[in-house]
Design a protein around this ligand. Structure first.
Ligand code: ADP
Length: 700
């Protein structure tokens, strides 16, 4: 078988291309992953930033509200001070009212009524603290008071001093702020109301209640120095700070609001957490997608391999393959088919009837045949023969096998055909037919040769008998002419003068008989060689023996052999070509007698007895057969001679032709019987053969 040349080279190329693809694909994946991670990181960061800015702006808002609260509180206080001044004219009552006011306002440490020259006319201290000026004395703040009052006078309204630190008796200290409000009477300055604020208490009173958890509020100087603070001091990284200016007449303070966003957390808040969770989900999806993609790639790769293998097979196979759809249009052809019909695939695809490779003179027939076949839906499996044509017009015989094309879902989509170019096969068949004819002619010639040799062999006996009878008759006549009787041993007929006429008649009769027999032999041999078997007839075995007896007897007398005949009366008639079977009996008898004639033993002559025996077949398989045996007491047959006994032209005799036994076997086998030999006891050989019993209708 030819090796199919699979396209391994193209397979290697395919693998290289796949490798490149794989590298490119992984690079794309890495890029995608990097982009997604960056995007997600940015998103989380932006979300954090957004939240921080939200918190910051809320804090800024809170800070400005706080500033507004403080400012409103201070303004409310000024109104209270104005009310105090307008209602109280004496220091004692003023002091009383001021005391009440201080009870209500914890943020005010001390209230003073001062004269135009800033002398203290009356004062009242807060009940909530001890004497706040105890350590340094009130005079230490005089400068701040006068500065504030100067400003107040100039502004004709409340003014504030710069804040200052006042150490306290407990070792700590408070930051104070002086407020000076001019008292006007009839359009003239009549004195001042001075209020000393503790900044910390200002914060506590005006802001404290609104302050949330984790928030602290403080007053600082422009350089950031903390002056007073309310609320828990915030530490840590997630502390938001908002600063607002509290612009007071004569002084500007910075209000600083600090807010801590809970405990330090990985996710600043819900939005960031959401974005992060979504990012993680996205990454998980990306991972699943990648895994799915990898599986797909593997399947694709396997499919590609299988496809490449199939393609290589289709391209290498020597059988033409062609697929047609249900309308008869060609949907696929393999290279072998294109090569076979000598047309390119592109010219064949989608081509309907008549196909380009149909011989024009047959196109109509083919078309009808196709229509019938496609309509029938049942195509013979063994295929059909057809003739295709190449573009150069040469026709060639093809064998087409068609089968329905069933797709993956079991739908019949068309027809698949395998096409074999059988030109070579036809050529070989043609050659073998020619040589068969030659052989037959040779066989006829050989048959003529065979017939000639058989004739020459079989005619020997009747001719010898005729010659023998003729010689005897001549001798008789000669003897009669010389007038004296003699009995030469060679004469086969007993002579006496009286019986001359009858002897002559007998001899002539025998001559005529043998001549007729010779004619029959010629006919029979002719028929035998031409293998005719119409001359079969039912014959009694005894009749066969009796027919050959004259000739056998003649020879027996010549060779001093006694012939014994044993016929089992149970034997039925046999169906045979009488003459040929007689020839067989004659041949076997002659061989047996010759074997005994050659025998010479030192201890005396052995009785030369030839037995012709006929009996029904012995074994079960031989029932329905009659067995003939010719038994001699000759020398027997050596193994060496026995091996080639039936070989034509094998003989051990000087004048033998070596055709007798081979002819006998052919004759018996043509009758369906069997010819064989075995050693006889105590000596000699038994040649036996079987003939079929004639059917009852054939019996006479
Ligand atoms: P032919 O008689 O012309 O030699 P056959 O074919 O009849 O040819 O016999 C072939 C040979 O077989 C004989 O030459 C002989 O040697 C041997 N043969 C045949 N019959 C006998 C027999 N009864 N006893 C011994 N030898 C035999």
């Amino acid at each position: 078988m030819r090796q199919l040349p699979f396209k391994l080279k193209s397979l290697a190329g395919l693998k290289w291309a796949r490798l490149q693809d794989g590298v490119r694909r992984s690079a794309l994946w890495i890029l995608l992953l990097a982009l997604v991670v960056t995007l997600l990181g940015t998103l989380v960061w932006l979300a954090g930033r957004y939240e921080a800015s939200q918190v910051q702006s809320r804090l800024e808002r809170d800070a400005s509200e706080t500033v507004a609260d403080v400012r409103a509180g201070l303004t409310r206080n000024i109104q209270s001070f104005q009310a105090l001044q307008s209602s109280q004219r004496t220091p004692a009552s003023w002091q009383l009212s001021a005391g009440d006011l201080l009870i209500e306002h914890r943020e005010i440490m001390r209230l003073e009524w001062r004269s135009e020259s800033l002398e203290v006319l009356a004062f009242a201290g807060t009940p909530y603290h001890g004497a706040v000026f105890e350590r340094l004395g009130r005079s230490s703040a005089q400068a701040d008071v006068s500065l504030a009052c100067n400003t107040a006078r100039r502004l004709s309204g409340p003014a504030y001093s710069a804040s200052y630190f006042m150490p306290q008796a407990d070792g700590l200290g408070l930051e104070f702020l002086e407020m000076c409000l001019p008292i006007m009477a009839a359009g003239r300055l009549a004195g001042y109301t001075v209020a000393t604020y503790a900044l910390q208490d200002v914060l506590a009173e005006f802001v404290g209640k609104q302050l949330g958890r984790g928030q602290s509020v403080s007053f600082t100087e422009a350089d950031g120095t903390r002056l007073a603070m309310y609320g828990m001091r915030s530490r840590g990284s997630r502390v938001y700070v908002a600063q607002q200016l509290l612009d007071l007449p004569g002084n500007t303070l910075v209000l600083r609001l600090e807010s801590r966003q809970g405990t330090p957390a990985f996710f600043p808040n819900l939005l960031t957490a959401l974005v992060t969770a979504m990012s993680l989900a996205l990454l998980a999806v990306l991972f699943l997608l990648a895994r799915d993609m990898r599986r797909r790639l593997k399947v694709e790769h396997d499919l590609g391999e299988a496809l490449a293998f199939r393609k290589a097979m289709e391209d290498s196979v020597l059988t033409g393959l062609r697929a047609r759809d249900l309308d008869g249009r060609i949907t696929y052809v393999n290279p072998a088919f294109c090569q076979m019909v000598g047309v390119d695939a592109k010219d064949l695809l989608n081509h309907s009837f008549p196909s380009p490779y149909w011989p024009p003179e047959l196109a109509e027939t083919y078309q009808q045949r196709q229509a019938i076949r496609l309509a029938e839906n049942a195509l013979p499996r063994e295929g059909h023969e057809s003739v295709f044509m190449r573009p150069d017009g040469t026709r060639f015989p093809v064998l087409i096998m068609e089968a329905p094309l069933i797709n993956a879902v079991g739908k019949h989509t068309g027809w698949m055909s395998a096409i074999l170019d059988v030109s070579e096969q036809r050529r070989v068949e043609e050659l073998s037919r020619a040589s068969q004819d030659r052989l037959q002619a040779t066989a006829r010639l050989a048959m003529i040769g065979e017939m000639a040799s058989l004739l020459s062999h079989e005619l020997n006996q009747p001719l010898a008998a005729i010659s023998s009878y003729a010689t005897g008759s001549l001798n008789l006549l000669k003897h009669q002419a010389v007038g004296k009787g003699a009995a030469p041993e060679l004469l086969p007929i007993t002579m006496s003068a009286n019986h001359l006429a009858s002897d002559m008649q007998l001899a002539m009769g025998r001559i005529a008989e043998q001549a007729e027999r010779a004619g029959r032999v010629i006919r029979s041999v002719h028929d035998f060689v031409r293998r005719r078997d119409q001359s079969r007839e039912a014959v009694q075995p005894r009749a066969l023996l009796e027919a050959v007896m004259p000739l056998v007897g003649l020879q027996a007398r010549k060779l001093s052999v006694t012939v014994v005949i044993e016929v089992d009366p149970a034997c039925a008639a046999v169906l045979c070509d009488r003459t040929m079977v007689e020839q067989v009996l004659l041949n076997l008898s002659r061989n047996g007698m010759q074997a005994m004639h050659l025998e010479h033993s030192g201890s005396g002559r052995v009785a030369r007895i030839l037995t012709l025996r006929v009996r029904p077949g012995r074994s079960i398989e031989a029932s329905g057969w009659v067995e003939f045996a010719v038994i001699d007491r000759g020398e027997g047959i050596s193994a060496e001679v026995g091996a080639q006994l039936f070989t034509p032209f094998f003989t051990t005799k000087l004048e033998g032709m070596g055709l007798g036994l081979s002819l006998c076997r052919t004759v018996i086998e043509q009758h369906g019987g069997r010819l064989g030999f075995e050693a006889a006891q105590p000596r000699g050989t038994i040649f036996s053969f079987t003939l079929p019993v004639a059917l009852p209708t054939g019996k006479h």
